[in-house]
Design a protein. Structure first.
Lengths: 260, 333
């Protein structure tokens, strides 16, 4: 899938951007507030129109992709419906699509099992913790088996431990469903741990400053978080964010002896 | 109320598996984790609070009665109760506390048992109950119509900013004209009878419902709407699945106000509406008979208040039933 150029609104939220994401990849967008990463995500999702440029998802326009239900979206807040049970919440996109009741039930159960919430079908959102609610939101986003998953800082409101656990969950789900994921985050460790590629953006005006390839082996786990290469990559991303631009060579890192 | 609840209300993060949690500690902690897994919360604490609330209401009514009679003790007409051996002359005199203006509570209660008119077959109690039922029926119709109109209007306004800007000023202006001025006009236009009464009741009911429904229909988190757009949902689907359910708590708040407004509207309408029955008619009659029997008017006033309270409580019970079964919370008041 291909992003073409994209820019938007009078305040020039985004400079022209050109980005290509092959199917099945996990790409993070990271950058300071106001760099337009959420805007870019919504442009891909056809929720905002770019003022210029072309966005192609799955060889269709973003608009067509939206109408074909090619993507699912997860926000920073779970955005679940208070008045629906967990099961009914995950069933929402299937209802909108007019899927039959029995198919709906089967699919919903499968998704909730995928996120490990199989025992909470009849609970209401307010009875669940933030992390559990976010997992319901993920299950809902996957209900239509989308080719593309758009995640806008989904774990930003959670504590570090829950966040790391959910990172592992997302990787597991990614491996099991082979969805392409575009993941917006503020957290450098999270971006490096999860992605095959980290797109570093900067603000005023929003633009892509660097793309860091993450060559950490799959499957990733706790050991990954403690490896040298992980720290090198985190440093590389951090340096890019600070605007030193380009890729920091690993040779320089070793000479300084500084890590992270 | 937004569509979702931002953290803070569920069990803490580390209780990801509440079923298996072994939380040791005081009774308070245990109660919280049980509630988190959906055990109904009607525990002893809630029952206690209900007793206290009922007790408070009863105490308030009793206190009101005490104040009533104490005022008359201090500054009303002389008390002459041979049966109880009470012969009391109040030290002060305030005209408004005389037996004619503020009858003794027991006289009012006694009036319920007497014939409501000279040579009447029924006593006041059964007469008032009949009238209350009659008024209640009209009020119910007015309330239902007003609620329906309110919801429909709000639904139109939420989808058409043009309609909203065009009509809301008129809707607001309509409520600032005093109903006592409008009622005769409505009667002149629709004739004396139930039609006018119901129109007046509807008129007073629809406004709070429109405003609250509009607020409620607009209350969902914008991200919920983004979510629906990402499913390519139609506006009708968004309305049915997101806006309408989200508006229910707001709606019920307004329906409680509307219940009271419907009663008031019906009673006011029954006067100029010239209907032969109803609490409005009873009030007019007993007003004319005030010189001979002020207790009857007061009795009617009390009955009217009770009818209003019953209406209100009915809506409140409906609110609790509907919202609790859907996992939503009532808005306070």
């Amino acid at each position: 899938m291909v992003f073409g150029q994209a820019a938007s609104t009078q305040t020039r939220a985004l400079e022209p951007i050109s980005l290509t994401i092959p199917p099945g990849e996990f790409v993070s967008l990271i950058g300071p507030s106001g760099c337009g990463k959420s805007t870019l995500l919504r442009i891909v999702g056809d929720l905002i129109q770019p003022t210029a440029g072309v966005v192609e998802v799955n060889a269709k326009s973003a608009h067509e992709a939206r109408l074909d239900h090619d993507y699912g979206m997860v926000f920073q807040a779970p955005v679940l419906f208070d008045w629906r049970t967990v099961e009914a919440n995950v069933a929402l996109p299937l209802e909108v699509l007019g899927v039959s009741r029995s198919e709906r039930q089967a699919r919903v159960r499968a998704m909730l099992d995928l996120v490990d919430l199989g025992g909470f079908l009849q609970h209401y959102p307010h009875q669940l913790s933030g992390g559990m609610q976010q997992r319901v939101a993920i299950a809902r986003a996957l209900a239509l088996a989308p080719a593309l998953l758009l995640m806008d800082e989904p774990f930003g409101a959670l504590d570090e431990m829950t966040r790391e656990r959910l990172n592992a969950e997302v990787l597991r789900i990614w491996a099991q469903t082979a969805t392409t994921i575009v993941f917006v985050t503020h957290s450098i460790p999270e971006a490096v741990f999860l992605s095959s590629r980290v797109v570093v953006m900067s603000a005023r005006p929003g633009r892509v400053t660097n793309v860091v390839e993450i060559d950490l082996p799959q499957p990733r786990n706790e050991q990954t978080r403690e490896s040298d290469r992980y720290f090198e990559l985190v440093t590389e991303v951090r340096e890019s964010l600070r605007g030193r631009g380009g890729q920091v060579s690993s040779a320089r890192l070793r000479a300084d002896g500084a890590v992270g | 109320m937004s569509v979702e609840r931002e953290s803070g209300e569920g069990p803490p993060e580390w209780e990801e598996a509440p079923a298996g949690a072994s939380v040791r500690g005081g009774g308070a902690i245990e109660a919280t984790s049980r509630a988190a897994v959906g055990v109904p919360a009607v525990d002893s604490g809630l029952r206690q609070r209900r007793y206290r609330r009922t007790l408070g209401i009863v105490a308030f009514v009793v206190a009101l009665g005490v104040v009533w009679e104490s005022a008359k003790w201090l500054a009303g007409d002389p008390w002459r109760l041979p049966a109880l051996g009470i012969f009391h002359d109040p030290p002060f005199r305030v005209l408004q506390l005389s037996d004619r203006h503020l009858p003794h509570l027991w006289d009012i209660v006694a009036a319920f048992g007497e014939p409501f008119q000279r040579n009447a077959q029924y006593n006041l109690a059964s007469y008032l109950i009949d009238q209350a039922l009659y008024t209640g029926q009209q009020a119910l119709i007015g309330f239902s119509l007003g609620a329906l109109i309110g919801i429909v209007l709000a639904s139109i306004f939420v989808h058409s900013g043009l309609a909203e800007r065009a009509f809301v000023p008129y809707v607001v202006a309509s409520q600032t004209v005093p109903i006592v001025a409008l009622a005769p006009l409505i009667v002149a236009g629709f004739g004396r009878g139930l039609t006018s009464v119901v129109i007046i009741a509807t008129y007073l009911t629809f406004f709070p419902v429109t405003i609250a429904a509009l607020r409620g229909l607009r209350s969902p988190d914008p991200r919920a709407l983004e979510l629906m757009r990402s499913y390519a949902a139609s506006r009708w689907a968004i309305y049915l699945k997101v806006r309408l359910p989200a508006s229910l708590p707001y709606l019920f708040t307004a329906l409680k106000i509307a219940a009271a407004a419907a009663i008031v509207g019906t009673i006011i309408g029954e006067g100029p509406g010239g209907v032969p029955q109803g609490l409005g008619r009873a009030i007019l009659n007993f007003n004319q008979q005030y010189i001979t029997g002020p207790e009857k008017l007061w009795a009617t006033i009390f009955v009217t208040a009770v009818v209003g309270i019953v209406f209100f409580m009915a809506v409140r019970v409906a609110e609790i039933l509907v919202l609790r079964s859907r996992g939503q919370r009532e808005m306070s008041a």
